[in-house]
Design a protein around this ligand. Structure first.
Ligand code: ZN
Length: 473
């Protein structure tokens, strides 16, 4: 029997989508790859689940706000929040805190942790000195409905002094270009709006919105706040942009940062050349070794940049340094790569002496049973919303985000429920205007379904699920 899209069923606490849950290829993002078909145990069951009256009402409320969404996005994009620009971050944070507080949330500003000093690269001198706080807005209604953590970042990668500083809508009205429009001011806006619409429709939900200000630089300041929040919730949503075709990323690699410092001995290049020990030459050897550690086909990437070494041409350099980024497919590959890089360090009295610093700050984010169940629930909502929402294809990505850290802290998280757009981190970053309403509807309806117990998802911390998982694979 074949049933149309939008049919789904709750069974043993797990929801399956009515459509063949084939994972589609992620089109736009570098490092993305396709999955195979649906595993046998996830074959769908078919029972009608159409939108409820509440979900329909939410969609209407969002639709009625479409002009306001674009107007507010323009206001938010015009607030510069790149490169730890404190006045802009404070203004944007205050504006959102006010809206969340009006919904009855308790507002907290969690102080940030310092970032390791060695991470500061020579080109990063424009990063402001202050450590931004993380905004945590907590709204609680009861102890029975799931606690949902919604995470967004206020910072962008854009220079606050740059001329690319406001939202410009194309002549056909289809796209709007501006710094952070899609990554992720659009995502933050639709989430706050969705929460407002839920309140207006009388849907009660335990939610927390966490907004940090340093995601683009690795979330070092907000890591502790993210982990603490993860431990207090049942499901996590991160508002990173969808992939270009609207795909939801359900699997991410791990990522880390490193720095290699070399200490040699300086000498005049003409008079005492042989007395010198060149830190630059030693670093060059090390860079070749690092480059050979990369295994792109199996997901291990080692990128060395930037470099520093010596000051003038006629002195043997006594200091050189290289920074770099790694990506790896799973925890085991991360450990192996870490040991190999640590192995470059020398004894303290060696000459030249090599010192290694590293921090694997974004652990890999595999597709767990709970993540799969949560993603299927989101897909079921997308299908129920109709063909304009294009379903919700699944993808994996070579990029990393706060979803990696939340899931590492034990919270089942789906992390690209933000808006659609493209050219992230470039001076032509844009959002698809229609996606503001569409993705806000998706989020609002998904949250309503979670609040009303219509989307049962296995818990990451549920021992029954863990046994089931171990038995199947
Ligand atoms: Zn982002």
């Amino acid at each position: 029997m074949r049933l149309p899209a939008g049919f789904s069923f709750l069974r043993s606490g797990r929801q399956f989508s009515g459509r063949s849950a084939e994972l589609k290829r992620a089109g736009s993002k570098a490092g993305s790859q396709a999955f195979g078909g649906t595993p046998g145990h996830l074959r769908p069951y078919h029972v009608l689940m159409a939108l409820t009256d509440t979900e329909r009402r939410l969609c209407d409320l969002v639709k009625a706000r479409s002009d306001l969404l674009l107007k507010q996005l323009a206001e938010h994009v015009a607030i510069p929040t790149g490169r730890n620009y404190t006045p802009g971050l404070d203004r944007y944070r205050d504006l959102l805190a006010e809206r969340l507080s009006a919904l009855g949330a308790v507002i907290k500003h969690m102080p940030g942790e310092p970032r390791p000093k060695w991470l500061e690269t020579p080109g990063e001198s424009s990063v402001g000195p202050s450590i931004p706080p993380t905004l945590v807005a907590k709204h609680r209604v009861d102890s029975t409905t799931p606690r949902i953590l919604i995470v967004g970042h206020l910072d962008t990668v854009h220079d606050p002094e740059d001329s690319f500083c406001e939202l410009t809508v194309s002549s056909d009205g289809k796209i709007a270009t501006g710094p952070g429009a899609v990554d992720m001011k659009g995502g933050v806006l639709i989430a706050v709006t969705a929460l407002e619409m839920l309140a207006e429709a009388g849907v009660e939900l335990n939610w927390t919105m966490l907004l940090n200000s340093d995601e683009e630089t690795g979330s070092f300041h907000s890591e502790a706040a993210l982990r603490e929040a993860a431990s207090e919730h049942d499901l996590g949503i991160v508002l990173e942009p969808a992939l270009a075709d609207g795909a939801l990323v359900i699997e991410r690699v791990g990522s880390g940062q490193f720095m290699v410092e070399v200490f040699g001995r300086s000498a005049h290049a003409g008079r005492d050349f042989t007395k010198g020990v060149s830190a630059v030459n030693k670093l060059a050897e090390i860079i070749i070794v690092l480059a050979q550690m990369a295994r792109p086909p199996s997901g291990t990437v080692v990128n060395v940049s930037p470099l520093q070494g010596g000051q003038v041409t006629n002195t043997v350099p006594d200091y050189a340094a290289a920074w770099g980024n790694v990506r790896y497919a799973d925890a085991e590959a991360g450990t192996r790569l870490g040991s190999a890089i640590d192995g470059l360090a020398t004894a303290d009295d060696a000459l030249p002496r090599v010192v290694v610093h590293r921090c694997w700050n974004r652990p890999p984010k595999p597709t767990t049973e709970a993540v799969r169940g949560f993603a299927e629930a989101a897909r079921a909502v997308a299908e129920d919303l109709g063909p304009a929402h294009r379903g919700l294809p699944f993808a994996s990505a070579g990029g990393v985000c706060d979803g990696n850290n939340l899931q590492d802290a034990g919270l089942a998280t789906i992390d690209s429920l933000g808006v659609r757009g493209g050219n992230l981190h470039r001076n032509d970053e844009y959002v698809e205007v229609a996606s503001l309403v569409e993705r806000c509807q998706l989020l609002a309806a998904l949250l309503a379904r979670l609040a009303q117990g219509r989307a049962h998802i296995p818990s990451e911390r549920d021992p029954v699920t863990a046994v089931g998982r171990a038995g199947r694979r």
